[in-house]
Design a protein around this ligand. Structure first.
Ligand code: DAH
Length: 356
């Protein structure tokens, strides 16, 4: 084997050993660079006689072509290897399970409110919504609770800037102001429909007021069964001859539907509220399940006080009805067996996700 063949062999061997593009370029320089082995041989041509130079020149060119071909081949190999390495590194396992999007759900108290609305809706009740920042008038005075009434101290609340000394603003302590707000609008519409523009109390023809008003309420109170923000749902039914008997029928039907328990017992226990007379606390008793046998308070209620009927714009000689106010938070606790009210408002997904 002559010298040039050896050189080509050697170049092929060194290219094959180069495992990176950089090493390959270095190997190339050793043969084809300015001081490369092949270049040296080309320079040496000058010293040869013309005949020899021609033959040797042709041989060198052949060797050069062979080395360049080997170089290209190795470059392609390294590029392919690099591509494979990258593909390997970025490989996607399409058989892996997908990343799930967290599934949302309704808050347990929202589920209860929807349930309340559906059940009362089926009994012909409208759903009304109103402001959480209330005036003293709607929250207390219109509900037969004047400024010096001792019942106000049971509703210690959060006062809000922006009111006046005569008309302070506060976070509503109950949903009962909605009785007045809704009834006043209802009466106004009924009067307008009857073409009556008078100012006095109304005794004309009017569709019955049958409404519930769920929403957030506030009191300065915080423990396992009280939260400074909590929910209430007000109910009101006013007509010509709506009696305490109707309250019992309606509320019993509601509770039995809500708890899906036809044997659920109810007790109307005499009580006091300024805006009802007579008044009753409503207790329920399960006949089965973990809470069976105990009386549990779920609502306040009563026949709407004549002064309140008057503040609705209605003549209490002609209109009469009942109202109730219940705690959806408590209903939710009873329905799902939750022991601490605060769990509802802490936003802990481990708790909330259980109701999805
Ligand atoms: N507003 C009362 C409270 O928060 C609950 C209540 C009692 C509402 C009797 C009523 C009612 O409508 O008739 O304690």
């Amino acid at each position: 084997m002559n010298d040039l063949d050896n050189l080509v062999q050697s170049a092929r061997a060194q290219f094959a050993q180069a495992t990176t593009p950089q090493a390959l370029e270095n190997a190339k320089a050793r043969f084809l660079g300015k001081q490369g082995a092949l270049t040296e041989r080309m320079k040496a041509l000058a010293t040869l006689a013309p005949d020899e130079r021609k033959a040797q020149g042709a041989a060198i060119n052949e060797a050069k072509a062979a080395i360049e071909a080997a170089l290209q081949a190795r470059r392609a190999e390294l590029a392919e290897a690099e591509l494979q390495r990258q593909l390997q590194a970025e490989a996607l396992d399409v058989t892996l399970p997908g990343r799930q999007r967290g599934q949302g759900g309704l808050h347990p108290v929202t589920l209860t409110l929807q349930r309340i609305e559906a059940i009362f809706g089926s009994m012909g009740f409208e759903v009304a919504d109103g402001p959480e920042i209330e005036t003293d008038w709607f929250n207390f005075t219109a509900l037969n609770t004047p400024a010096d009434h001792p019942a106000r101290s049971m509703h210690d609340t959060f006062y809000v800037e922006g009111g006046t000394p005569e008309a302070p603003l506060l976070l509503r302590t109950h949903t009962s102001p909605m009785q007045i707000r809704h009834a006043v609008q209802h009466v106004k519409r009924a009067r307008a429909a009857a073409g009556d523009t008078g100012q006095g109390l109304w005794a004309g023809e009017m569709p019955e007021i049958r409404v519930i008003a769920p929403g957030r309420t506030y009191r300065v109170d915080s423990d396992a069964t009280h939260s400074p923000m909590f929910h209430q749902c007000e109910g009101l039914w006013i007509g010509r001859d709506v009696s305490f008997k109707d309250l019992k029928v309606v509320f019993t039907a509601f509770c039995r539907a809500f708890f899906e328990d036809d044997e659920l017992e109810l007790r109307f226990r005499p009580s006091f509220f300024p805006f009802t007379e007579p008044s009753a606390e409503i207790d329920i008793r399960f006949t089965r399940g973990p809470l069976a046998g105990r009386w549990l308070e779920v609502a306040g209620s009563g026949q709407v006080h004549p002064n309140v009927v008057r503040n609705m714009g209605l003549d209490p000689e002609h209109f009469i009805g009942f109202a109730f106010g219940m705690g959806p938070d408590r209903l939710t606790m009873l329905r799902y067996g939750v022991g601490d009210l605060r769990l509802f408002f802490e936003g802990d997904l481990r708790f909330l996700a259980q109701f999805r």
